[in-house]
Design a protein around this ligand. Structure first.
Ligand SMILES: [Zn+2]
Ligand SMILES: [Zn+2]
Length: 401
């Protein structure tokens, strides 16, 4: 039977220092994908090892990141580890209060709707970064109730995945990035062709992850669609219903249903008086900003990861440096994710603001060591490292291409 009914504990996925833990043997079931061939520029490793095929380059890159991290922390007192909780709290409160102030101003007609959508998308993008850092235990490590309280507000305000559910799959992403069991990235379309309707829909709404979940369940016996729905539905279903109701109202569906006698006029009047104002405020301040933010993040995140034909547990091949000016409008809503996420794959124990500061010095070193750079063809090869788009390891995606 595929799947299981409970979410496994995340503690087995990381070592004591927070870096991804690599089990002695692969947990990826390759029995059903034995016909997969290694194509592209690199051979697939026959035996599973977390030693990179580019171990010397990985060592240079990791040392450069750690050295710059150390230099910055020594130079600026507020970047020191003992200030991390305070910085995190300031960023969290600034983002949450900015969201509240922008929403309040829009509600009273002081600012226009497009300004609200952009402003709130920016504020929520900081909360997304905070969520990611909290998943890596970078703030309030010894005060789990603070982490949980922060997660709770983030879950509602992001209209997206449950942070407690995401914690498990994000840490697993670091273990198995680019493999068939990389659930987190596959659920946002990694590995699918750019023209796939599933990929287009999942870029626009997290509700569309359901369309991909069956494909993943075929490849990953540990993944449970039931658990996915149980953990994530409360917020995603609520926000999706609000968006659909708003759309139906604009299309005049309610009035049409009244005119043909399906909706009693009193019921429709109740919807207009009680439900519609809530829906309009919820969508204007939360859901529409999230459509903008989430779409930008999904485009950039799937653009900078590789999938399917890269060696397992080899950080050198998992991501690229994506800092092309044409992508700046998207990067704006995900804190320059495409340009810096690669640094996070090499060294996970770094808050997002420090990663960005480190990037100024480290990016030239990444390029010197031969990391992929502005590979804009990645999307058009369904995220394959090699040129041959049909180099695949999964079962489900064979049908999708
Ligand atoms: Zn991470
Ligand atoms: Zn990643």
């Amino acid at each position: 039977m595929l799947g299981r009914d409970t979410l496994p504990s995340s503690s087995s996925l990381v070592d004591d220092d927070g870096s991804p833990r690599y089990p002695a043997s692969s947990t990826i079931d390759r029995t059903s994908s034995s016909s997969a061939t290694a194509t592209g520029d690199i051979p697939r490793t026959a035996s599973i090892s977390h030693l990179s095929q580019e171990a010397a380059k990985v060592k240079i890159i990791r040392e450069a990141i750690r050295a710059e991290d150390k230099r910055l922390r020594a130079r600026y007192f507020f970047l020191r580890e003992e200030w991390q909780d305070t910085i995190g709290t300031v960023i969290y409160l600034t983002a949450a209060l900015s969201w509240a102030a922008i929403s309040y101003s829009w509600y009273w007609g002081l600012i226009a709707t497009p300004v609200t959508i952009v402003g709130n998308a920016l504020a929520i993008s900081l909360l997304h970064e905070m969520e990611h850092d909290l998943i890596h235990d970078l703030y309030f490590k010894r005060a789990k109730w603070v982490q949980n309280a922060m997660f709770a507000f983030i879950w509602v305000i992001k209209s997206n995945a449950n942070p407690w559910w995401r914690r498990y799959y994000h840490l697993r992403h670091h273990q198995y990035a680019g493999q068939v069991v990389d659930v987190e990235e596959r659920l946002i379309g990694l590995g699918l062709p750019w023209y796939s309707w599933k990929r287009i829909l999942v870029t626009l709404t997290p509700a569309a992850t359901l369309l991909i979940a069956n494909d993943i369940a075929k490849d990953d016996p540990e993944f449970s669609k039931k658990v996915l729905v149980r953990y994530n539905a409360p917020v995603i279903a609520f926000s999706t219903v609000a968006m659909v109701l708003h759309l139906l109202y604009y299309l005049g569906v309610g009035e049409a249903l009244v005119s043909v006698g399906i909706f009693p006029p009193a019921f429709y009047a109740f919807l207009l008086r009680v439900v519609l104002p809530f829906v309009v405020v919820y969508n204007g301040t939360v859901n529409l900003p999230n459509v903008l933010r989430q779409s930008c993040l999904v485009i950039i995140s799937t653009y900078c990861h590789y999938y399917g034909d890269i060696p397992e547990r080899d950080v050198f091949f998992q991501t690229q440096v994506l800092n092309h000016p044409v992508l700046w409008p998207f990067q704006l809503f995900c804190f320059n994710f495409g340009a810096t996420h690669i640094i996070h794959h090499f060294v996970t124990r770094q808050p997002f603001y420090l990663r960005q500061l480190t990037a100024f010095k480290v990016t030239p070193i990444l390029l010197e060591q031969g990391c992929r750079h502005n590979d804009l063809g990645n999307h058009f090869r369904a995220n394959r490292w090699g040129k041959e788009m049909r180099a695949m390891v999964g079962n489900a995606d064979k049908k999708s291409i």
